[in-house]
Design a protein around this ligand. Structure first.
Ligand code: MEV
Length: 323
């Protein structure tokens, strides 16, 4: 048996625009997905998630649902793909049981499917005595993510695999050294949505109105350059202002949501240095940048506005094997 875990992520700057090759900055947060892998007597892959109440078998190309609705297959499919990716890399064809436990809310913008895929690749390879690098776990999970998200940039599996704070651009990952007194309040609207659909909506708009959407995409690239500068200097005020600007760009491409805007307004009124949606938008989560002594007040304001809030301090480790 082998167990591995990987963290959730928030995108600090540049979601959506990163799909078109612009840089973006992501940060791992301390909510983790845990995956336990065991070998099986036969060659099938059995995937179960107690939290979601779904499980099913994949044997050759046949899928047999054990628990859950049939539409739940798309949740299990990328996990199967991560198992296969790890088996192919290690060069083995064996059956595997995979059990997922996760404290990351699904479809909330926190990268739960990427964290599960990364942890799965790691757990399966450990089971077979191979030790995947972060890069290998990232690559396998990225391929698995393509199955559910259409045309993802890869930033979610990069953050889940590497942890910490990173700059992502066109598949290239640069870990960033930032000061650890960086405090974020994450607010969950409770509104679930599909990253794939939101990414497809932006693509449609970009194709229909290129002269409107392309300049916004380029602006995001400039914004990220400014954000890198602010991160390097530890300039929280500038970071907050840039978050507000980033949210305005995301609103302009139509991926905000009234529940997000409500939580963002509440956070700003409670003293946040800046706030924005994080991830694909359309519901899901927002983040607010806070000074140490104001984080709890901001979290409370988000809760009063109808969200679920948690405070993240310090940096989170990427994928790891659990004792
Ligand atoms: C999702 O966390 C971030 C998006 O930019 C999609 C992607 O980059 O794959 C919306």
């Amino acid at each position: 048996m082998a167990v591995a875990s990987a963290p959730a992520k928030v995108i600090l700057f540049g979601e959506h625009f990163v799909v078109y090759g612009q840089p973006a900055i992501a940060m791992a947060v301390e909510r983790r997905a845990y995956v336990k892998a065991r070998s099986r007597e036969d060659e099938s892959i059995y995937v179960s998630s107690t939290d979601l109440g779904i499980s099913g078998f994949f044997s050759n190309d046949e899928f047999e649902l054990e628990r859950g609705g049939f539409e739940d297959r798309w949740r299990l499919e990328p996990i199967r793909a991560a198992v296969k990716g790890a088996l192919d890399l290690v060069g083995r064809k064996v059956g595997v049981d995979v059990e997922v436990r996760s404290s990351i809310p699904m479809a909330s913008g926190l990268g739960s499917s990427a964290a599960v895929a990364v942890a799965t690749a790691k757990a399966v390879s450990e089971l077979l005595g191979a030790h995947l690098t972060k890069e290998e776990a990232f690559r396998i999970a990225y391929e698995a993510e393509r199955l559910v998200h259409g045309s993802p940039s890869g930033i979610d599996p990069a953050a889940a695999s590497y942890g910490g704070v990173l700059l992502y651009r066109g598949g290239e990952i640069t870990p960033l050294a930032v000061r650890a007194d960086f405090i974020l309040v994450v607010g969950y609207t409770g509104v679930k949505r599909s990253t794939g659909e939101l990414v497809a909506k932006v693509r449609r708009d970009k194709e229909r109105y290129p002269l409107v959407v392309n300049p916004i995409i380029r602006m995001s690239g400039e914004l990220v350059v400014n954000a890198l500068n602010a991160l390097e200097k530890g300039d929280l005020r500038a970071l907050g202002e840039l978050m507000d600007l980033n949210h305005a760009l995301l609103s302009a491409i139509g991926v905000s949501h009234e529940a997000l805007d409500r939580l963002i307004r509440a956070a700003r009124e409670a003293g946040a240095l800046g706030a924005k949606l994080t991830g694909a938008g359309g519901g899901g989560c927002m983040i607010a940048l806070a000074r140490l002594d104001e984080a709890e007040r901001i979290a409370l304001a988000i809760e009063r506005a109808g969200g679920k809030a948690f405070v993240t301090k310090g940096l989170s480790e990427g994928v790891r094997v659990e004792g």
